[in-house]
Design a protein around this ligand. Structure first.
Ligand SMILES: NC(=O)c1ccc[n+]([C@@H]2O[C@H](COP(=O)([O-])OP(=O)(O)OC[C@H]3O[C@@H](n4cnc5c(N)ncnc54)[C@H](O)[C@@H]3O)[C@@H](O)[C@H]2O)c1
Length: 495
């Protein structure tokens, strides 16, 4: 049986380091325009507060069990260990049956891209409250099943933006100087000293399509190299440095010497660069795609390069990519593979844009901090399958305050009934939001004692919830073990 929950005095230095690091991750103009920290206070408020925030502990810290698979970066492991959680760390993923055995027991799981958290696996995860994907993608997780069962999912979509931007800078210069062709000629013993059609990048125009996290980073770097930067985006965005937004893709293609793509994979971006767009590009210009493989019509690119419209290209992403390393980049995978490989001044890289030590380390920090914030305070900022909800932290000067997290089905009447229950107490602050079928309520209540907590728990339990944390104690699921745990907590509090 788990031991009783209790308040743990937070380490103020540690907490503020976490908060400031979290803030520094949002570097994109997109982030500040579209994903501000909660207007109800949120991280920004916590950072500026001089009062010590109180860490809400649903269990005794040492009772939180975390399973980390697939060699999650040391940075992430360290953050979780420092919290005092029980962390089991494995270098590899697990076969499904072993995964099911292990997941039954844990509150938190950290994975990368190889572990498939399907409905079959998650059904067995009776204690699981949160999943950390220590990577960019989340399609290895059944997000809807997780949301419907009160399990938040976090990932790290932007920690590798700088790495991608730097790769593109390298490619701009390498294409302009035909660097990769010269290098492979030398590897084959050929000395071929040429300057014909080799250029400096200073004074040339870079056209960035998609001015988000990566596009805007790249803009700054290209500006510093003396390039003229123009960009096209479906959203009006503030220009970095001396760059300039252009109104249409065509305007960008007609003006740019280098065109680089940084848009998401969407129906509208599929084959965004095809025969028509190649015909609009300047003769002798270059194309770089480190976004998603579906964005470029590859046979049209092959044609444009053979005709000399395009003087070179760099591809990091492909319509079909192999699942693992090996000699799989062949015609079976993509029918045009051999034609593509035969082209001159074409840089092909195996989706390594974001693959750096720095990016892995940043991913470890970002995801682990999101997990800690969720476990300790119920904050869902950055969750991919739940509404993003946050409130100003409770402080140590508020001893009889508590936080209710109530995850429920987004159906008419539930919130009214929850508020009728909470209404017996002084609700200091409250925020609720919904995403599809799932709604998330966070409420801070003052002047509550242990018997109030028990009463609230019992009343809330009778509502159609997916999961909730009454005050500082979290009932994860209505499993027998959890109910026993909760009852035990209340007994101890009352004695
Ligand atoms: N090669 C790699 O290893 C690697 C690593 C990370 C990200 N990526 C990919 O890079 C791309 C960009 O990532 P990001 O983090 O900068 O994304 P982001 O969401 O920060 O920015 C994308 C930008 O594209 C804009 N956009 C959307 N649709 C558009 C359209 N039809 N026309 C013009 N602009 C459009 C958006 O408004 C946004 O400003 C994504 O496809 C991502 O998957 C690749």
């Amino acid at each position: 049986m788990a031991s009783a929950a209790r308040d743990i005095k937070p380490n103020q230095d540690e907490l503020s380091t976490h908060v400031s690091r979290s803030l520094s991750l949002s570097t994109s103009p997109i982030a500040s325009f579209h994903s501000p920290p909660s207007s109800h206070g949120g991280m920004a408020h916590a950072a500026s507060s001089t009062r010590a925030p109180k860490l809400l502990k649903p269990f005794a810290t040492e009772d939180i069990k975390i399973l980390l698979l697939e060699n999650v970066n040391q940075t992430g492991r360290d953050i979780l260990l420092k919290q005092g959680y029980q962390v089991e760390y494995l270098k590899s993923s697990l076969p499904e049956d072993e995964l099911i055995e292990k997941i039954r027991d844990v509150h938190v799981i950290g994975i990368r891209s190889k572990t498939k958290l399907t409905e079959r696996v998650l059904k067995e995860a009776r204690n699981l409250i949160v999943i950390g994907c220590f990577c960019i993608g989340t399609n290895q997780v059944d997000l809807q099943y997780a949301a419907n069962h009160g399990m938040a999912v976090f990932n790290s979509p932007f920690s590798n933006s700088r790495s991608v931007a730097e790769l593109v800078v390298a490619e701009i210069i390498a294409l302009a100087r035909q660097l990769c062709d010269r290098s492979s000629e030398m590897h084959n013993g050929t000395w071929n000293k040429v300057s014909n059609k080799c250029w400096e990048v200073r004074g040339k125009t870079l056209g960035i399509v998609g001015y988000g996290h990566i596009g805007s980073q790249l803009s700054v770097l290209a500006d510093a190299m003396g390039m003229t930067v123009i960009y096209y985006d479906v959203v009006n965005l503030m220009a970095m440095g001396t760059s300039r937004q252009v109104p249409t893709l065509e305007a960008l293609l007609r003006e740019a010497d280098f065109v680089t793509l940084h848009v998401p994979e969407l129906p509208e971006t599929k084959n965004m660069i095809g025969p028509e767009q190649f015909s609009q590009m300047k003769r002798g210009s270059y194309l770089i795609n480190a976004s998603r493989g579906s964005v470029v019509d590859i046979p049209a690119l092959i044609q444009a390069m053979r005709e000399g419209t395009i003087a070179g290209a760099a591809l990091d992403v492909y319509p079909n990519e192999p699942a693992g390393n090996g000699d799989y980049f062949n015609n079976e995978l993509n029918s045009w593979g051999a034609d593509l490989r035969s082209l001159k001044n074409l840089i092909l890289t195996p989706h390594i844009g974001g693959s750096t030590e720095e990016a892995q380390s940043a991913i470890g920090i970002e995801v682990a901090e999101a997990l800690v914030r969720y476990v300790n305070e119920g904050v869902t900022i950055g969750a991919v399958n739940m509404p993003e909800v946050n409130l100003r932290s409770l402080t140590m000067e508020e001893p009889n305050h508590g936080r209710v997290i109530y995850i429920h089905q987004n159906i008419p009447g539930v919130l009214r009934r929850v508020n009728e229950i909470l209404g017996d107490h002084n609700v200091d602050k409250q925020m609720t939001d919904s995403r599809g079928d799932v709604a998330y309520l966070m409420a801070d209540i003052s002047d509550v004692n242990a018997s109030n907590i028990k009463e609230l728990y019992e009343k809330l339990e009778s509502l159609p919830c997916m999961s909730f944390m009454p005050l500082e104690y979290r009932v994860i699921r209505q499993s027998k073990k959890q109910v026993e745990l909760t009852v035990n907590l209340f007994n101890q509090l009352e004695s």
